[in-house]
Structure formats: C-alpha cells, structure tokens
Ligand binder design. Structure first.
Ligand code: TXA
Ligand code: MG
Length: 335
C-alpha cells in the first residue's frame, strides 16, 4: 500500500483534503492526523475490520484498547451506556483537550476497540485538523498514537512516515504537535476517579472540576485483570532504540561512556550550557515543563537518528508539573 502524505495548514484546514481523508475512513482505511498531543492513527471506530488494521499496522497486542475520538460531547455520550455527572462536568470544562475519559461502553462499539473490556476510552482532541476531520466524517474515530507498539509517539508527520510508510493510506501533515505528550487517561468507573496515565492535562485541572482523584495507578486493586487496564502504564513503553538512563549525576556517566569510545546522547534542561565533545550529541531542553514536553519525543527521535549508543537524561524534579514527562522518561528507561 502506498502511503500518501499531504500537508495541510493547521489554522485553516483545506476542506478538500479533509473530505478525501473522510472517504478513506468511511471505506475502512487508515488515516494518520495531528492532534494537540501526538499524531493519531485513525480508523472508523464502529468498523471492527478497519480497527483490526490499526492493530496490524502498529503490531499492537490485541489486549491494549484504543482511544475513541469524537468532535462533540453528544457524540461521546452516544458511545457510553452511562454518561456520569463527572463526565459531563469534565467534558464541559476541559474538552476539547488532553483528557481521555474511561466510561462504561455501549454495545455499538466493537470488542477489538476496547480489548474485549466493558469500558471505552473517549476524548475530544483540541486541534483544528482533528476536529475538522471528526466533524466531516461524522463517525467516532479510534486512534492510538501513530507509532509501532512500545516505541516513541510521533510528534511530526515525518515521525509517522518513518514507522508507518506503506502500512497506512494517508498522513495529514499539520506540522509539529504543540503538546508533545499523550493525553491524560482518567478512569471514571472507579470511585474516586483514577489516573491511569499522566499526560498533557495536569491532575490539578481535573481536581479543580471534580475534586480529589486517586493519583497512583493501583494494579493490585484492578478487577479487570483479563485486559490490561492501561498498557500505557506497562513498565517499558515510549522507548527510543538506544538504552536510556535517567540519572542525577549525568555528567560523570557521560564522560565515562565517552572515554569508552561510545557515542552518547545527553538530554539536559534549564540552566545547562552546551558542551562539545567528540561522540557527544547534547540537547538542552527548556526549563518549562510544557515546552520540555513539546520537544521531548522529537529530541529522542533525533538521538536515535544520530545513532548514539547510550542516552543519559537529567531527570526533572518529582513535582506534579513534571508528572507526565517523568513518567515517560522512566518508562523509556526500563529494559
Ligand atoms: O494523546 C493521546 O491520547 C493520543 C492521541 C492520538 O489522541 N492517543 C494515544 O493512544 O496515546 P494510545 O493508544 O497510544 O494510548 C491509549 C492509552 C493506552 O494506555 C490504553 O491502554 C489506554 O489509553 N486505554 C484505552 N482504552 C482504555 C480502557 N477502556 N480502559 C483503560 N485504559 C484504556
Ligand atoms: Mg501509544
């Protein structure tokens, strides 16, 4: 299959391209599109055969359920058997945005979308291209991040092309994603609601709307053991090819590895000034958690492309603002 890549102005999405993409989705094909978090790989969420193609293209295990995207709250409500008051409040205040809500599903959703489970994850993305596509298609769109399973999520169309070329019908290139880290996944079937995956939307914004949520995923309380509740919470995930280590005293380890003749990628942030050494690829990321997140995956892709043997990362502080970034870095460092 030849993968088409079309560039679209994110501020003014070309309706003709959106219509072509809609046709592909409606006939059971796969379209990658930008969202405010990362690029998604979309298929008609009501068509089990189309959804199956997502799993094949990503080489994703069937026990990892997909997020369904809609353009309106009404369309989201249609996918659930019980739209709770908390869901209503959160949708009104925080959608469109980087929040995914897990709710009891309705039967119209094929089993492969939810990995056979009784719940469905739903979100309304905050991106003009994604919203135009969802509006025009008029169907819910299942869309995981557009990468091969367990690898880095794509924040540019070029990242998508590298892993999905010849596996999908179309990539809509709307430029780099501004958020850079995946949505926050919140389980509204639990009481209090439970954070399943830290992400773009900080927990404080959720708590400002519905009160306290349980912050730490607690697999030991997990009744639905047959499907893995949020494989984004699997230990190893979001990983570059080179082994990655998060450490406090990174300079010593960097120098040590360089002296062993290794090619080293070094990710630091804030007040660091650059350092030049043979075999070293150093990237200084911004001090603000939001700007850091926006550049994180692209930086790791860059280090992979540069062919480094090791990546060392100076870990940001353990405070809420850095929750999603630290989560992704620590998962990337698992072997
Ligand atoms: O920002 C995002 O969420 C992006 C964009 C494209 O929207 N999508 C994304 O999808 O990151 P994916 O498939 O890479 O991650 C979805 C996460 C996984 O951790 C999955 O296990 C969890 O959501 N998930 C999906 N359905 C679920 C359900 N019914 N119950 C619990 N977790 C669920
Ligand atoms: Mg993913």
């Amino acid at each position: 299959m030849f993968t088409k890549l079309i560039t679209v102005d994110p501020h003014q999405p070309d309706l003709e391209v959106i219509r072509d993409a809609t046709k592909i989705l409606r006939s059971g094909g796969l379209v990658a599109f930008p969202t405010e978090t990362v690029y998604g790989l979309g298929a008609n969420a009501l068509d089990a055969t189309a959804v199956e193609k997502i799993f094949a293209a990503k080489e994703r295990p069937a026990n990892n359920p997909l997020i369904v995207h809609t353009a309106t709250v009404a369309a989201a409500r249609e996918l659930t058997s019980h739209w709770t008051e908390q869901a209503e409040l959160l949708a009104a205040r925080l959608w469109p945005g980087g929040l995914t809500m897990v709710l009891p599903k309705r039967d119209i959703i094929p089993d492969n979308v939810t990995a056979g489970g009784p719940t469905v994850a739903i979100r309304m993305p905050d991106h003009p291209i994604a919203l135009a596509l969802l509006h025009e298609a008029g169907i819910p769109v299942a869309a995981p991040s557009a990468n091969r399973s367990n690898r880095l999520s794509p924040t540019t169309a070029q990242h998508v092309l590298k892993s999905m070329s010849d596996r999908i019908d179309l990539i809509i290139d709307g430029g780099p994603c501004l958020g850079g880290v995946e949505s926050t996944v919140l389980d509204l079937c639990a009481s209090p609601p439970r954070l399943l995956r830290p992400g773009l939307l900080p927990p404080s914004q959720i708590e400002a709307v519905i009160g306290p949520i349980s912050r730490l995923p607690s697999p030991e309380n997990d009744s639905a053991r047959t499907i893995s509740r949020s494989p984004g919470m699997l230990k190893k995930h979001y990983a570059p090819s080179a082994p990655l280590e998060c450490i406090a005293d990174s300079e010593r380890r960097v120098r040590e590895s360089l002296s062993q003749g290794l090619r080293v990628g070094w990710l630091v942030f804030g007040g660091f000034s650059g350092m030049e050494e043979e075999g070293l690829e150093m990237i200084v990321l911004p001090e603000s958690p939001h700007e850091y997140a926006a550049q994180l995956y692209a930086s790791l892709f860059h280090l992979d492309e540069a062919g480094v043997d090791r990546i060392f990362v100076e870990l940001p502080p353990a405070i809420d603002e850095w929750l999603a970034v630290r989560d992704r870095l620590l998962r990337a460092s698992e072997r």
